[in-house]
Design a protein around this ligand. Structure first.
Ligand code: ATR
Length: 279
């Protein structure tokens, strides 16, 4: 039996085990995915244990994504750009660190029908860890302009300076009304959306969004933002799709096989429904 798992905070309620185990089962692979709750001082030792021949690799999640980078033998360019490793692959005792979040974001955007960003402007709400992966994804999708807006304006400016080559521009929250109509992709990468009544932009501002825009919310639920956007007939994507797509990419890296994306999506949806029912 091969092993992989998630190195995360001990209070982690990750959907990844359900999703990855469904994929192993579907393909008849003799492997299992476990939760490996880890406190920060033990991250190094935990990652070293991944070199064992029965381990395929691991996911690393908040708050350990940054700590994982120096523990790997090689780190991909994408992971370096994002500044975080979320997937480690054990290649015969050598550990390769990668990040599948930007890929998960891009695959979700493409699946929603948006293929080419070359002529387009994207607007990112938020400037934290999730926003970093989104910006790298948008750059790989070749968006012409990426507008960043954040509650703490200085953080948006810093991120734009760090990641942008002129294509990333920090804008003020006050000028959002001008940025909304010109954006063909709007991404909520703030933590606003987990509770009903929380919206990063107002319902009135949703009315300013272009008719052919895609509204993407990184939250793993149908948020008020997505509900408002849908009621206006806009295309939407939620964070669950990105979770599934980043997990599918990790799965392929560990197994060398194409991931059963539909099986993985159904597994997380069923688990989410189960958890909602038991609340
Ligand atoms: P993550 O890893 O999910 O990106 P994070 O790095 O803590 O989490 O980033 C959270 C983002 O949500 C930040 O952009 C944060 O804005 P600040 O940089 O100003 O803190 C944003 N955010 C959190 N609460 C918010 C709120 N009540 N209103 C607006 N933005 C909020």
């Amino acid at each position: 039996m091969k092993l992989c798992g998630l190195i995360g905070d001990p209070v982690e309620h990750s959907l990844s085990p359900v999703m990855q185990n469904a994929a192993f089962q579907h393909l008849g692979l003799d492997a299992t995915y476990a939760l490996w709750p880890t406190v920060a001082p033990e991250v190094s030792e935990r990652i070293a244990s991944l070199r064992s021949s029965n381990v395929l690799g691991a996911n690393v999640t908040v708050p350990h994504k940054q700590l994982a980078m120096p523990e790997c033998d090689d780190v991909s360019d994408t992971a370096r750009l994002i500044g975080a490793v979320n997937t480690i692959i054990n290649e015969s005792g050598r550990l390769r660190g990668d990040n599948t979040d930007a890929y998960g974001f891009m695959a979700s955007v493409k699946a929603a029908g948006l293929r080419d960003g070359r002529q387009a402007t994207a607007l990112v709400l938020g400037a934290g860890g999730a926003a970093r992966a989104v910006i790298v994804g948008l750059q790989q999708l070749e968006f012409r302009r990426i507008l960043l807006v954040n509650r703490t304006a200085g953080k948006a400016r810093e991120l734009a300076d760090e990641l942008g080559g002129g294509d990333v521009l920090a804008v003020d929250w006050e000028s959002l009304d001008d940025s909304l109509p010109e954006s063909t992709l709007i991404v909520n990468a703030t933590s606003l959306g987990w509770h009903d009544g929380e919206m990063p932009i107002s319902p009135e501002q949703v009315l300013l969004v272009s008719r052919d825009a895609l509204v993407f919310d990184l939250t793993y639920r149908e948020t008020d933002l997505l509900r408002e956007a849908k009621s206006r007939g806009l295309s939407t994507v939620d964070g669950l799709e990105m979770l599934v797509r980043q997990g599918a990419r990790s799965f392929s890296m560990w197994t060398g096989k194409e991931a059963p994306v539909d099986v993985m999506r159904r597994a997380v949806q069923a688990e989410q429904a189960r958890r909602a029912g038991s609340r």
